[in-house]
Design a protein around this ligand. Structure first.
Ligand SMILES: [Zn+2]
Length: 100
């Protein structure tokens, strides 16, 4: 159960960061670890692929320091989902955290 819930938080995180700048797998794993989410490539890459397939992210390969990297950017559909989640998150926060 904890995994299911964390995965939803992780997806929101990914959309949030992809809205600011292009994100890539290793960078996201480091960022998520910083927030206390231990996510490996076996979970992260399928999650990115799912978000891309759903039209929430676009992917473009770029060569950085002689290495090919897949960078993901948010799409208008992804931004709409993120804004929808922001409103829900705010509402949830108010009830679950502030009204404790
Ligand atoms: Zn973050």
């Amino acid at each position: 159960m904890i995994r299911d819930l964390e995965l939803a938080f992780i997806k929101i995180h990914i959309l949030h960061h992809a809205d600011k700048e292009g994100v890539f797998g290793i960078g996201l794993m480091a960022e998520l670890a910083r927030h206390g989410y231990g996510i490996g490539p076996g979970t992260l890459y399928p999650t990115l692929a799912k978000l891309e397939k759903g039209g929430f992210l676009t992917c473009a390969a770029r060569t950085v320091e002689h290495k090919q990297r897949k960078y993901y950017h948010i799409t208008p559909k992804g931004r709409a989902l993120l804004n929808n989640m922001r409103a829900k998150l705010k509402e949830l926060y108010q009830e679950v955290i502030e009204e404790q």
